[in-house]
Design a protein around this ligand. Sequence first.
Ligand code: T1G
Length: 697
Amino acid sequence: MSQVIGYEKVDDIAVLSARNPPVNALGVDVRRGLLSGIERAEADGARAVLIYGEGRTYFAGADIREFGKPPQEPGLPALCNRIEASPLLVVSALHGTALGGGLEVALSCHYRIAVPSAKVGLPEVNLGIIPGAGGTQRLPRIIGVEAALDMITTGRHVRAAEALEMGVLDKIGEGDPREVGLAYTRALLAANTPRRPICEMPTPEPIDFDARYEAVLKKGRGQLSPAVAVRAVQAACEADDFASGLVRERELFTELMASDQRKGLIHAFFAERAVSKLPELQGVVPRDLHQIGVIGGGTMGAGIATSALLAGLPVVLLEMTPEAAKAAQARIASNLAGAVKRGKLSQSDHDDILQNRLELALDYDALQNVDLVIEAVFEDMEVKKQVFAQLDAVCKGGAVLATNTSYLDINEIAALTRRPDDVIGLHFFSPAHVMKLLEVVVADRTAPEVVATGFALGKRLGKTAVRAGVCDGFIGNRILSAYRTCADHMVLDGASPYQIDAALTAFGFAMGPFAVSDLAGLDIGWAARKRKRAAGLDPRARDSFYADKLCEGGYFGQKTGKGYYVYETGRRGGVPNPEVMPLIEAERAAQGISARGFTDDEIVRRYMVAMVNEAARVIGEGIARRPLDVDVTLIYGYGFPRYWGGPLKWADLQGLPNLLDDIRRWSEEDPYFWQPAPLLEQLVAEGRSFDDLNKDG
Ligand code: T1G
């Protein structure tokens, strides 16, 4: 008998139990075990079969690790059809997350019961594919096309109560899945309930599938799988019979399985889980976190405090004056009210947090007992040093002292304390209670358990934490600076900010670089340019002042109503600011540049290659441990389209030699900006990819 599928006869019920931790993925051994279990039950004189999962969940889907490998029999579609065709009454008892192929196995059963905490879903579109084992054909037959399209095109998880109401489940039962399943199966047998194969149910009522396809494609911002899922559900309504619908589903599934988007999304799935698995942290125990301190209650500080409070951590927030403390409290209250409005927080918890879990303080002594403190004060080294001198004097031994700086040298900050081992960077992204990315910036002296504590805090706050080394901009902002500079160069040479934004949103970015600058505030880039000029720009570096002139005119972007775009109150997005192109044309004239045309493809190519080249430097210098750390950073912090898997997965898919050829060709026009990263040259010379580096660990 199978090691991963248990078989037991209980009276006239054959019980098949999945034992394939951690999530009972439907790998080939599980599929073989289920098939032999069904066949054995039929030979065993059983009247019914009960299928359930041991451990944390019912089947959570096909085994994603098998994707891209030669298929092994029995395939999941055939197994589902075989379960459905069994002459016995087949019942599934669900708990945990019955997802993807897991739910498809349950749908091939004749009845479904779940415990109240169970969730079901068909999240395949999030992996760049569609349900491929009958989900697009069976689900519409039991819940209708509209409800099925909502579940399949969004991939959302549906709680048991809603699933019961929709008709995905037949019953909910409190208790252990096995006992709940046995009781339900006995009741069905006692009532002589007939088998109920979904494939024999009527064809679902159609909708205007062409219109829905277009709408879903537009919403997907370039991602294909949700729209293709519409076509698969359409086959459930229009195919000659159920079997033909399954054939159509399989055709569409197979096409997507071969797509770059599937490769990108699967890479993203595993990468976001791998970033917290660092060899240097194996066996390292993080310090306890019971209460944290936040210094500075501006947008970032209030956001960080909100994130901690929402995660159940009490916060002491230190400001310099009662007015500033009150303003910070108001920002936090507003953030929490947003969480209540979004259904993420109950009103009573909201009130409890503000009354009992947020302490406002005006004196550093209030931080004596915190386990970790994060400063989010003005981005000035002298100000940060004063803060850390105070923290060094006040905080208890073992407290972690963290800075939220986005580019200052953390080694310099740590060096002025008596405890550099306890100093770390925790770089949040604004709004800090919403953005998932957290860069855990490790200084030269930071102790391993302090790094582990940074990751533990990130996990507690529901963040995706990435390890970064110390440099100007760490991982994300340093790479952003490079591709943003490339965009500026293209503007100088003839492209408009608006063409660049449009080309990159068509590529899949949520927003183009100039719209992002307007959102972040043009004054931030202005300050950075002035800082870098003051530090001494390399004479070979191309510089320009059109953006400075925009700022000198008081245009800082959305916060002033004007930047690259003009923003009218109440309207989403902006329209091009007519004052911008004259500034650009004057700059070109001043530099003797005659504008040339750019195709959208060239814009995207240059932008992406600049991103990849700087990323290769960041990895080569050890600022990012692996290419996947960069991919996760750009996806979670910079709106990089997830279905490409991140910039370095995209690079692998394009072929690194092709990118290196581009850089070498462009270096003829600008040898300073287009210098190939040594790591990129090395990988091409060795015939290796960024994914190979990820496997090196
Ligand atoms: N296959 C292989 N490994 C999986 C897996 C899967 N489906 N799901 C999770 N894992 C691993 C994961 O990599 C991690 O490994 C460990 O399990 C714990 O996961 C034909 C073809 C189930 C909600 O898309 O959404 O069915 O890091 O850290 O936060 O139509 O995992 O420990 O080595 O995420 O509690 C459809 C994907 C597949 C579900 C649990 N199913 N998984 O979340 O734990 S396509 C999915 C999840 C399909 C059919 C098609 C989540 C979870 P490690 P975890 P978690």
